[in-house]
Design a binder for this molecule. Structure first.
Ligand SMILES: Cc1cc2nc3c(=O)[nH]c(=O)nc-3n(C[C@H](O)[C@H](O)[C@H](O)COP(=O)(O)O)c2cc1C
Length: 176
């Protein structure tokens, strides 16, 4: 069984991105899903003074080790004011202090969703441009607009989007 990490780039307990990442990771054939909820890692806001005084937080090291042990990553990013959520950015910054190859070249399906019509494409674009410089191996990417009307636990209601997503899941399955 391959290990797939499902990560939502948000600290919302009801995160729509965590829901999407979890749903998609569960579709990957012959794999088990490990949901990495940012709330479970207790990662403080990144700051150089914090790092000098206290070192790397244990939760950041735990998240690093989870990624290290994974066969594939399914990540869905929340968009806050056209950028990463603060919680995700802090986790990302801490991870980069442990190892600059944050994503360790693990095959990644990179997504973003929002309640609006742009489907968090701005933050998706930022990650598509930036992740490869930090060990990101993006196999495919996907944006889901209008989360509230398009998403259900049984699948994506918009048929064209579901077909597109299925194709991208297949691309991930082919390389893990
Ligand atoms: C501070 C803040 C800024 C936001 N900025 C954007 C934005 O730039 N683009 C967007 O599509 N949605 C934006 N939203 C709405 C989020 O997409 C929405 O809250 C979504 O649920 C976030 O994902 P999550 O549930 O996984 O945390 C913003 C929400 C907050 C709280």
């Amino acid at each position: 069984m391959k290990k797939i990490i499902a990560l939502g780039g948000s600290n919302s307990k009801k995160s729509i991105n965590k829901a999407l990442a979890t749903y998609v990771a569960k579709q990957v054939a012959n794999s088990e899903t490990i949901v990495a909820d940012l709330n479970d890692f207790n990662i403080p806001q990144y700051g150089i003074d914090h790092e000098v005084e206290h070192g790397i937080p244990a939760g950041a090291t735990r998240l690093h080790d989870l990624i290290d042990a994974a066969d594939g990553l399914v990540i869905s990013l929340a968009e806050h004011n056209g950028a990463y959520s603060a919680a995700f950015k802090s986790a990302y910054d801490w991870l980069s202090r442990i190892n600059p190859k944050v994503w360790k070249e693990k095959p990644m399906l990179l997504m973003a969703t929002s309640p609006g019509g742009r489907g968090a494409q701005t933050v998706l674009g930022i990650a598509k441009a930036g992740f490869p410089r930090l060990g990101g191996n993006i196999i495919a990417d996907f944006s889901l607009p209008f989360f509230d009307t398009n998403f259900s636990e049984n699948g994506i209601k918009d048929e064209a989007l579901q077909t597109e997503l299925n194709e991208k899941i297949k691309l991930l399955e082919a390389v893990i």
